[in-house]
Design a protein around this ligand. Structure first.
Ligand code: NAP
Length: 222
């Protein structure tokens, strides 16, 4: 189902996770702009996806222009680039929803949960952007391999964030990407969602996998 916000920007969408998400949303009919610090890099990523899609559905732009023209903005950059990227697009995000996919990993100990002082990357984003931007966490436990190479993704997406309305809109976006999304509560719960990634990376290492995930059981969607 396509919502009113059919224009999406994926900032850092030249990378693995963002490209996977952009691919899925473009397939579902959304207009997607890949944002980058380097417009040529963004255009190259868009062209790669258009070749896979067989149609020109994705375009590429600098991060700020992508955020300005989008109805909803998705952020997929390493935590080390999180604050600087948000400061670049702060004004363009006012009145919109930011879907934050960032995991605050601290290399080299990425199998250990190490949250920032704000509590989570999502709460950091809210501090930087202010109350004019709803910040919603999603996709932290979905490996890019599932997004690019698997049709059916056997993992669920936990959605936490600053308002229920925003979370429900992001659950719709999750489902448009072909995954099951759950409203998992307020932004304070983002510590669990983001922390889960280190735990899954640890499990991957212990059991020789690359894409461990989670599934919610014991509850059915209406
Ligand atoms: N990979 C996964 O399977 C996965 C799964 C769940 C969540 N995540 C999370 O999603 C986020 C992105 O992951 P990824 O694997 O896609 O990362 P990535 O490929 O390493 O980087 C994504 C993009 O971020 C931008 N970037 C990198 N370093 C930067 C810097 N110093 N300053 C500004 N921008 C920078 C780059 O875009 P430009 O050079 O084009 O600006 C890059 O293409 C991370 O927070 C990660 O923890 C990843």
């Amino acid at each position: 189902m396509i919502e009113a916000f059919a224009n999406l920007a994926v900032l850092g969408g030249t990378g693995k996770e963002g490209k996977g998400l952009a691919f899925r949303w473009a397939k579902a009919g959304y207009k997607v702009t890949i944002g980058s610090r380097d417009i040529e890099k963004a255009r190259a990523a868009a062209s790669e996806l258009n070749q896979l899609l067989g149609r020109d559905l994705v375009d590429g732009s600098d991060n700020l222009s992508a955020a300005q023209k989008a109805d909803m903005v998705v952020l997929t950059v390493p935590h080390s680039a999180h604050k600087a990227t948000l400061e670049t697009v702060k004004n363009a995000l006012q009145g919109k929803i930011l879907v934050d996919v960032t995991v605050p990993l601290v290399p080299p100990k990425v199998t250990k949960v190490q949250m920032p002082p704000a509590g989570s990357a999502a709460q950091e984003a809210r501090e930087i952007l202010g109350e004019g931007v709803e910040v919603v966490d999603a996709f932290q436990s979905i490996s890019y391999e599932h997004l690019m190479f698997g049709d059916e993704v056997p993992c669920d997406v936990l959605v936490t964030g600053s308002s229920k309305e925003a979370r429900l809109r992001v659950v719709t976006l999750v489902e448009a990407a072909g995954l099951t999304g759950w409203d998992a509560g307020p932004i304070e719960n983002s510590v669990v969602v983001e922390g889960l990634t280190s735990l899954l990376i640890y499990i991957n290492k212990q059991y020789g996998s690359t894409h461990a995930g989670i599934k919610i059981t014991g509850v059915h969607k209406a």
